[in-house]
Ligand binder design. Structure first.
Ligand SMILES: Cc1cc2nc3c(=O)[nH]c(=O)nc-3n(C[C@H](O)[C@H](O)[C@H](O)COP(=O)(O)OP(=O)(O)OC[C@H]3O[C@@H](n4cnc5c(N)ncnc54)[C@H](O)[C@@H]3O)c2cc1C
Length: 402
């Protein structure tokens, strides 16, 4: 049985960041990835300025193949049912438009960790002083032994399932799906990621250009009909924005765990198993998850290094160190922070303030109607409680974390 210091499950960006910290500290680190690398990852690839800085500082300049066309993005444009549209540039200029298949592969290679791809995590047993991991490769079981295991395996994390078997059944799940269309005519500025605050279109509606095609994406509570939702959005884009697209050339979709970062309900692991990235619940506003995946992954790796060096309990160390990333992420959803601070990486209050009074009132009304769409998840009271704790104590309560 192969024995290493740390096993990381998943070869995404949170894994690459964690691996970088562990390898730099001299720990033998092995990454298990279920797919053959480089692997496809459904993602718009819009990187926030903070995510961009992390990649540059830790892995160096991005190779060209890690970018889609257009190669960069200026910011986001919000659209409202009242037909007000607000373009907002990212702080500090444009950011790269990542091609996740190649950017993630490049990052994991730059980390210096050993990678076993086509090796799917199946389960684990924590024996106190070591963990046994069971995986499958070419339909055969493979066993590994490590001192610690990191679950960096995304929203539908099998590591979360093996540590907290009931957790994923207890949270709401969304489906996000996108179709790739030939462009006949598209007035939406291709330098921006476009997002609709429109309750009749769905919980999450977006569009942007990629490699000569237009992506039209819809997100809704799991169980609804993708084809119908998508057709409705396409019709709306055509009538209201003059977008003319050919038939879809391709489509894809997946389940998403929106929610934990809104209500400060992260899952960080147990014993020798730590969870990070979207597996732990990190997701920023409008579904931007790469920057918090990178930062939480790095903190996770650092926590293992620190706990080993100082002979301190692993979970305690991780939870005290991860509090800064929890603040960053949950602040983005905190209504008090949105109203009185600048938690995002584009200036929404300034863009709103630049509108005339009538449009400002329409936008606020439209946003309220959009927020009401989420009423059924009963997040409102929990968000307000978290916001009050943040205001009074300067932090989000760690007691809410698993
Ligand atoms: C449609 C869509 C659009 C998005 N657009 C953006 C965007 O524009 N900007 C942005 O910042 N974020 C975006 N996100 C979110 C972003 O993609 C994620 O938040 C981010 O990739 C999370 O990184 P991660 O490392 O935590 O997990 P992931 O990137 O999900 O990586 C997890 C890895 O674990 C592997 N894995 C899973 N199960 C196993 C197993 N059993 N064994 C071994 N390996 C396993 C997976 O194959 C994968 O490689 C988008 C998400 C979706 C769905």
């Amino acid at each position: 049985m192969r024995t290493v210091d740390v096993i990381i499950v998943g070869a995404g960006l949170s894994a690459a960041a964690a691996a970088k910290r562990l390898v730099d500290a001299g720990l033998e680190t092995l990454v298990l990835e279920r797919f053959q690398l480089p692997r496809h990852k459904i993602c718009s690839g819009i990187l926030s300025p903070r995510g961009h800085r992390f990649l540059l500082e830790n892995f160096g300049p991005l190779p060209r193949e890690a970018l889609h066309d257009p190669v960069s993005c200026k910011g986001v444009t919000f659209h409202f049912p009242s037909m007000v549209s607000i373009p907002m540039d990212f702080f500090g200029g444009t950011t790269p438009h990542l091609h996740r298949k190649y950017s993630d592969y490049w990052a994991i290679q730059q980390s210096g960790a050993e990678v076993h791809d086509q090796t799917s995590f199946v389960g684990l047993q924590d024996h106190g002083d070591h963990v046994i991991v069971e995986a499958r490769k070419s339909n055969e079981p493979v066993f590994y032994r490590a001192r610690q295991v990191i679950g960096a395996d995304g929203p539908n994390s099998p590591v979360v399932r093996s540590v907290y078997p009931e957790y994923q059944k207890s949270i709401p799940w969304f489906f996000v799906g996108q179709k790739f269309h030939e462009i006949i005519e598209c007035p939406l500025d291709e330098q921006y990621f476009h997002f609709w605050f429109h309750p009749e279109l769905g919980h999450y509606t977006w569009s942007h250009a990629r490699d000569g095609r237009q992506i039209v994406g819809v997100g809704f509570k799991r169980g609804d009909n993708f084809a119908q939702k998508h057709a409705h959005v396409l019709d709306y884009f055509s009538k209201k924005h003059g977008v003319r697209l050919g038939d879809a050339l391709d489509d894809e979709g997946c389940g998403e765990n929106f929610g934990p970062s809104l209500i400060n309900r992260y899952v960080f692991g147990k014993g020798n198993v730590l969870l990070t990235g979207q597996a732990a619940g990190f997701l920023n506003m409008i579904g931007e998850g790469m920057s918090c995946a990178l930062h939480s992954g790095a903190i996770c790796g650092e926590a293992i290094v620190e706990a080993r060096l100082r002979n301190r309990p692993m979970q305690q160390m991780y939870r005290s160190m991860i509090a800064s990333e929890v603040r960053r992420t949950s602040d983005q959803w905190n209504p008090l922070k949105i109203a009185f601070a600048r938690p995002h990486e584009a200036d929404f209050p300034a863009a709103l303030g630049a509108l005339n009074w009538r449009d400002r009132a329409l936008v606020l009304r439209d946003m309220w109607r959009f927020v009401v769409l989420y009423k059924e998840f009963k997040w409102g009271r929990q968000i307000m409680l978290a916001a009050m704790q943040r205001a009074l104590l300067g932090r989000y309560s760690p007691q809410r974390w698993l």
